[in-house]
Design a protein around this ligand. Structure first.
Ligand code: GLA
Ligand code: GLA
Length: 665
């Protein structure tokens, strides 16, 4: 169920006599869908049990009269003041034992049974009222689950839920003690009721406790959503359920959060005022979109696409003319079937007064409206042709939430970051215009020629077997330093030398290592010299051959990268974490060995992205630079939007029928 373009709208922020003007302007712009009500709990239920849906009925009616369908958000992210006043125990408790106050949003504990019962009441009432309304096409659960909940919650309900979760995972307290190694520092527990949540302590908690806490927290939020999904599924008819994800947000295992949804949605803000610099590179933007496509291996929606300058207390720069369109085109190029812009009109009240919408504060259409209207007119007719299509990537980068959590707990090197490492690998493919998917470590890898799995630190059930089977069947696998180090309980493995269960596959042993604090190791490969960073494994070859070695310095002559034939495939090891130059040279080598193809060369700042549809391939050329560029994709391609010239921040789309591409027989 796709609508190409839509907008996030808050009719409750504006006088009702303005709604018709808004609906008309939306329709004139070519929008087809509107997300509503995800923070409107107090307007929908001004006092406990007293529901008022009349205003929302009228808003939905005004929009429907202009051909606009509605997506309703469940309002659980903004529990009203009357609810908190009646039940202050709903407020969350942080790791320093402080109760966080009412205000802002997300001021709730997601395990609290009272809060959950009130959420169930409002969701049930909404679903009963709108579940068969054909003007409502779907639902968004909550809003950006995990947002603002990072350090929360340590209340007595969360503690009890954590203890119950541990009992389910470990069985009995003796097993937990063994799994975690609580003999260390006299932390042995007699019963689950003694196990703490990781409150502020004098020194660091056990890494095993911390990893299970992060798993618990993820499962808690997945369960919080599931309760809402169950209520909605039982009461709705022909309406989808989705949720708006936040790219590489780390609190929840997004593969689990995505599983029960019909499709995922994502909030794409290329310029976030809170970041320094407040700007994300095209490669980083692409990585978030490709992660979204990977969560269900399915096309997705953008539920919030940046539509103006961003800001709360401070602001980021105003997107240059063309940039809002370019970023929306990038979202579509990477697999978005519907793009909903955030928000319709810049709000005059509240925390987000400077998080601008399509319309300025005064509501008069201006530059942003005109630019986006032009884009919708050009792109919407094309979109059904590649609906559902993804890139057809031959390359995958493994992204595992549990591995990331383990590195958040013990980063090793202060600059080593799991997500950044995965994004760096993805960026190397992106720079070469090679489509690269992300995959979970539980995914079927058989569709890929080349898989890079950075930092497979924990030996999680089934993963080494899956990776070995992939190579055995002819796949090319790249593993990196800090692989095969720990068990799933986050304790060090002892059965084999490092890299633990991967030694035989890789044909190496690692008997020593060096955390590269304050140094890098030069490595020459493919005519270039890059640097190994953060970590260096001292590799002993046991059947593998060295692809490159450390240059002058402490690790001179030691293998920096190795390659090993295993079954019908090839397993490569990077004994360090490469900088951009070294990464590029190693990726070039892997791409050549695995015979992976690129979408072609492009001018500086021009990103090439493919959607492989049934009728043929659509190629997007996206000019992220402020200069005019050109892109001519070669024989068989014809332009379906734009032409060879790419103005600053411009985009063009080309099409090649499948008989010509010869890829789909
Ligand atoms: C101190 C403590 C030891 C150990 C080491 C290493 O010396 O006395 O128990 O913690 O530091 O951290
Ligand atoms: C997120 C939220 C929105 C809004 C925007 C801008 O994406 O989902 O409700 O707060 O950020 O801050």
């Amino acid at each position: 169920m796709n609508f190409q373009f839509g907008v996030d709208y808050y009719p409750e922020h504006w006088p009702e006599d303005r709604w018709e003007t808004d609906a008309r302007l939306m329709a004139e712009m070519g929008l087809k869908v509107v997300r509503l009500a995800e923070f409107a709990w107090n307007k929908l239920e001004p006092a406990q049990g007293r529901f008022d849906f009349a205003w929302l009925d009228r808003a939905i009616g005004t929009l429907a009269a202009r051909g606009l369908k509605a997506v309703l958000g469940t309002p659980s992210a903004s529990p009203p003041a009357w609810l908190i006043a009646a039940h202050p125990e709903i407020l969350p408790v942080d790791s320093e034992g402080r109760t966080r106050g009412f205000g802002g949003r997300h001021h709730d504990c997601q395990s609290n049974p009272t809060y959950r019962s009130h959420v169930a009441r409002i969701v049930t009432a909404l679903a009963d009222h709108y579940g068969r309304d054909t003007r409502v096409v779907g639902w968004q659960t909550d809003n950006e689950l995990g947002n603002s909940h990072d350090d929360l919650c340590h209340c007595r309900h969360c503690k009890k839920s954590f203890q119950d979760w541990l009992e389910k995972r470990h069985g009995d307290i003796g097993t937990l003690n063994r799994n975690w190694g609580t003999v260390f520092w006299s932390q042995t527990y007699d019963s689950f009721s003694q196990v703490p949540t990781p409150m502020l302590t004098l020194t660091a908690h056990s890494p095993s406790l911390l990893l299970d806490w992060k798993r618990f927290h993820s499962d808690l939020i997945v369960n919080f959503q599931q309760v809402q999904i169950d209520l909605l599924r039982a009461r709705t008819h022909g309406q989808f359920i989705t949720h708006n994800f936040m790219g590489f947000h780390d609190l929840i295992d997004y593969y689990n959060l995505a599983a029960p949804l019909d499709f995922v949605s994502h909030d794409q803000y290329p310029v976030g005022f809170w970041e320094n610099p407040p700007y994300r590179s095209p490669a980083v933007l692409a990585s978030a979109l490709d992660l979204m496509a990977s969560l269900k291996e399915k096309a997705f929606w953008i539920m919030e696409q940046q539509a103006g300058p961003t800001g709360w207390q401070i602001l980021a720069r105003t997107p240059r003319p063309g940039q809002l369109v370019l970023w929306a085109a990038q979202s579509i190029a990477h697999g978005a079937d519907t793009v909903v812009f955030f928000r319709w009109r810049s709000c005059t009240v509240g925390t987000e007064q400077f998080w601008h919408g399509i319309l300025p504060h005064n509501g008069v259409p201006g530059r942003r409206y005109d630019e986006l209207k032009g884009f919708v007119g050009a792109m919407a007719p094309l979109m059904p042709r590649f609906e559902g299509a993804l890139s057809g990537a031959e390359v995958a980068v493994v992204h595992s939430y549990e591995q990331n959590w383990a590195f958040e707990i013990q980063p090793h090197h202060p600059e080593l970051d799991y997500v950044k490492s995965a994004q760096d690998v993805h960026a190397a493919f992106h720079d070469r215009n090679i489509p690269a998917a992300f995959v979970s470590d539980r995914a079927d890898l058989s569709a890929y020629k080349l898989v890079v799995a950075p930092l497979v630190f924990l030996d999680l059930p089934g993963v080494s077997e899956r990776l070995k089977a992939f190579v055995n069947a002819g796949g090319h696998l790249v593993l990196t330093a800090r692989t095969g180090v720990k068990s799933q309980s986050n304790v060090c493995l002892t059965e084999n030398a490092l890299p633990g269960p991967y030694g035989e596959l890789l044909g190496i042993d690692i008997l020593d290592y060096d955390c590269l604090r304050g140094v890098t190791v030069p490595v020459a490969v493919g005519g270039e010299t890059g640097q190994g960073r953060f970590w260096w494994d001292v590799v002993t070859l046991r059947g593998a051959k060295a692809l490159a070695a450390g240059g002058t310095g402490d690790h001179e002559g030691e293998p920096a990268a190795t390659s090993h034939q295993f079954g019908r495939g090839q397993a490569t090891y990077w004994a360090t974490l490469p900088d951009e130059v070294l990464m590029g040279a190693l990726i070039d080598r892997a791409v050549a060995d695995a015979r992976v193809s690129s979408l072609g060369a492009s001018d500086a700042g021009v990103e090439l992205v493919r959607r492989r549809a049934a009728e043929g391939d659509f190629l997007f050329a996206l000019n992220h630079s402020a200069e005019t560029r050109t892109h001519v994709p070669g024989p068989g391609w014809r332009a379906v939007a734009g032409g060879a010239t790419l103005p600053p921040y411009g985009y063009n789309v080309f099409f090649r029928p499948k008989e010509v591409s010869g890829v789909i027989e």
